[in-house]
Design a binder for this molecule. Sequence first.
Ligand code: ADP
Ligand code: MG
Length: 250
Amino acid sequence: MPHEIVTTERLACSYRAGRVLEDVSITVAAGDYVGVVGPNGSGKSTLVQALIGLVPISAGTASLFGVPSGSFAEWGRIGYLPQSLRLLNPMFPATVAETVALGLLSLKRFPRRLTRHDRDRVAATLEGLGVHDLRHKMIGELSGGQQQRVLLARALVNDPELLILDEPTAALDPETRERFYELIAEMNRLRGVTVLLVTHDAGAIGRHATKMLYLDKRVIFYGSFEEFCGSEEMSTIFGAHSQHLMCHRH
Ligand code: ADP
Ligand code: MG
C-alpha cells in the first residue's frame, strides 16, 4: 500500500461568521496528483491552509506524512504556493534571489547561513522557471506573473515531496502557464512528488490530475479521475459541459 501523504478525518473549519468546511475525510497517497475544484467560496483555500496549519481546525483531524498536523514539524517536505499574493509584501526590501533563498533559510537552525550549494540551488530553481534574469530585481518591481513565478520558485527550492498549489496560474500568460503545468507534471511523474492543485482550469486538470476532489463546503466527490468522468451524478452537479472539457483528454 502506498504511504499516505495527507489524511483528514471529518475535518471541519470555521471562521467568525461560522462553519465553512465540514466532514472532510480524504486520503492522498504518495504520487497522487489531486485536482481540487469547487465554486468560489466552497472552502478550497481554507482546506489547504488548514492542512498546513494556517487556519485552525475546529473539528476532526488532519495528518501529514502520517503525523498529526499539530505535531508535524518537517515543513521543508511541503512546498506551498498561496492563492493570494498578499502574503508577498510588495514593499518588502528583498530581491528575487533573496526571496527564494528565504525558502531554504526557513529550514535552517541558527546561525542561518546560505552555503554555496544553497545559492546554486536558488539559481537552478530560478532558471527552471525562467526568472533567473530577474534575480537582482526587487520583488516590488515585478509584474503579477513574475511575482507568482518567484513564489513558485520559493515553494520548489526545498525539493518538496508534497506541493500545494492554490490557483497558481491566475496571473500567468498562456505560454508561461503551459510551462508551469509541464514542470509540475514532470516533478509528479519523474520524482513522485505529490500534488494538490486548486484550480478552475479544467484543461489542466484533465491533462494531469489522477484524482479529483470536488468541494462545496463538504466533499461532493472524491475519487479517481476516471471515476469522476464516468459519474452521471457529477455530470449533473458539475455540468455536462465542464465535465466534458475536463474529461475529454485532448
Ligand atoms: P475558495 O478557496 O473555495 O474560494 P475559501 O476557502 O477562500 O473558498 O472561503 C470559504 C469561505 O470562507 C468563504 O465564504 C469565505 O468568504 C470565507 N473565508 C475565507 N477566508 C476567510 C477569513 N480569513 N476570514 C473569514 N472568512 C473567510
Ligand atoms: Mg481560494
